[in-house]
Design a protein around this ligand. Structure first.
Ligand code: FAD
Ligand code: 2HG
Ligand code: ZN
Length: 446
């Protein structure tokens, strides 16, 4: 297929040299790796379609990749696939009627810069913003730190363009806020992890830019206390934009690897980072609500942008600090809020029983009951540890993946929290849109 691919995108955009392919072949965590037959870097939707047709007719499988920040091994080759990188689809259109059309390869940071410059903001934000792409974020239905205010990626979508496995281009781009004509194909592609089509463009909803911000870091007497603080925060603060939690082991790693000072004079059982954004300064409102919170033992509030960034650092530097310590098992689960504290209390002993000496680090998006369970020092017991945690999640009616997707990493455990009927329906959709299994083999359904 190489000469045919070169004829479509040009020699310089078909990478076959192992050194040039290397950064595409291993994921961000360093856990998942495989060799691609070639890395192809198309520039347009037409080139993507032509590339898929060449691969399909030669019987070569395709892996789709954006910024390669995914955390479940869903965007790197297993071995021998043609890796199609969308990184060169970087066009950003004008902002009209509070919407914008962007290429799949536009990074989140580039979209944010465009939106902010014109008085708007984008609803989804996450720490990988400089590298992750809009296509990858749609494909994983990324969540991040502002879901409680604006929802996940699917909610930002008002249109999509994608190349299907047969090379046809599915396009639904008029940006209609209401559209009652049959199946929601735009929404279907969100969370499809590259298994149903290659997203080439999206039409996205923007939100008004809120310039006033207040950030507080709270210390709580227990994990139960942070969950109990939520109703007061949500009820008392219409400007609430983020409520993120972390625990002493994660704070310790962040301080060690990012060199940050202790946020409080003593260590506390649980921490909550709270952000409010509004048109008028929400600081007084936030301070008033915080004072009355049950289970609060200490609090610090940042009044300027540098202080606010510093407080966010304690939360946002978790992922890179954990990776600086070793290659973790990364689990991303959600629990009913009423069972979140019970899960956190039970999961440590389960991990210890499956792998003595393993180190769990937990943090996440408390409003959605989303706990990122990272586990270091698991030796060869990956599957045993993963199984122990995900069985516990299933027994508490949670989900084995909250926002990172299934990828290849979670395939064996999908049946724990999706029923046989649901999995059969998903398989039927996959077979209908990609009957030869061209796209992202092994991802989601195995
Ligand atoms: P990739 O990693 O390249 O791909 C991810 C998946 O999408 C793969 O299955 C791939 O095949 C598919 N894909 C990529 N592009 C396309 C396309 N154009 N068409 C079809 N399929 C495609 N995730 C969250 O949800 N919330 C967070 O808060 C969060 N924080 C993170 C912080 C850090 C430091 C890191 C490293 C990751 C974080 N992530 C988070 C995970 C990751 O950034 C997101 O899942 C992101 O959406 C992936 O985008 P990407 O462009 O890097 O996709
Ligand atoms: C976050 O919320 C990301 O910071 C990454 O989803 C989580 O590293 C992780 O496990
Ligand atoms: Zn997250």
């Amino acid at each position: 297929v190489i000469p045919d691919l070169q004829a479509i995108v040009g020699d310089e955009h078909v990478l076959v040299d192992p050194d040039l392919k290397a950064s595409y072949e291993t994921d961000w965590t360093g856990r998942f790796t495989g060799t691609a037959l070639a890395v192809v870097r198309p520039r347009t939707t037409e080139e993507v379609a032509a590339v898929l047709l060449v691969c399909a007719s030669a019987g070569a499988k395709v892996m789709v990749q954006g910024g390669n920040t995914g955390l479940v091994g869903g965007g790197v080759p297993a071995g021998g696939e043609v890796l199609v990188s969308l990184a060169r689809l970087t066009d950003i259109g004008p902002i009209e009627a509070g919407q914008v059309t962007v290429g799949a390869g536009v990074t989140l940071a580039a979209l944010q810069a465009k939106a902010l410059a014109e008085g708007f903001d984008f609803g989804v934000d996450l720490a990988a913003r400089d590298s992750c792409t809009i296509g990858g974020m749609i494909a994983t239905n990324a969540g991040g730190i502002r879901v409680l205010r604006y929802g996940s990626m699917r909610r930002q979508l008002v249109g999509i363009e994608a190349v299907l496995a047969d090379g046809s281009v599915l396009s639904r781009m008029p940006g209609l806020d209401k559209d009652g004509t049959g199946y929601d194909l735009v929404g279907l592609l969100a969370g499809s992890e590259g298994t149903l089509g290659v997203i080439t463009q999206a039409r996205l909803r923007l939100w008004p830019r809120l310039t006033q911000r207040a950030v507080a870091l709270l210390a709580a007497e227990s994990v139960e206390a942070i969950v109990e603080m939520l109703p007061a925060l949500r009820g008392g603060l219409p400007s609430l934009a983020a409520v993120e939690f972390f625990l002493p082991p994660g704070l310790g790693l962040v301080r060690k690897h990012a060199g940050l000072p202790a946020p409080f004079s003593a260590e506390h059982p649980a921490y909550l980072l709270v952000e409010c954004t509004d048109r008028v300064d929400p600081l007084d409102q936030l301070a008033a609500v915080v004072e009355e919170l049950p289970g609060l033992v200490d609090a610090t509030v940042a009044t300027d942008a540098a202080g606010q960034r510093a407080l966010w650092g304690y939360r946002e530097k978790h992922t890179e600090s954990i990776s600086a310590e070793g290659v973790p098992i990364k689990l991303d689960v959600s629990l009913p809020l009423t069972l979140l504290a019970s899960f956190i209390a039970q999961v440590g002993p389960k991990i210890e029983a499956a792998c003595p000496g393993a180190r769990p680090i937990m943090f996440g998006h408390v409003n959605e009951g989303n706990v990122h369970v990272n586990i270091l020092d698991t030796g060869s017991l990956h599957d045993e540890v993963t199984d122990a945690v995900l069985q516990l999640v299933a027994s508490l009616d949670g989900s084995i993946s909250s926002e990172h997707g299934v990828g290849r990493a979670k395939v064996p455990w999908l049946g724990l929290t999706r029923s046989p009927v649901e999995i059969a329906a998903m398989r039927a959709v996959k077979n209908a849109l990609d009957p030869t299994g061209l796209l992202n083999p092994g991802v989601i359904l195995g």
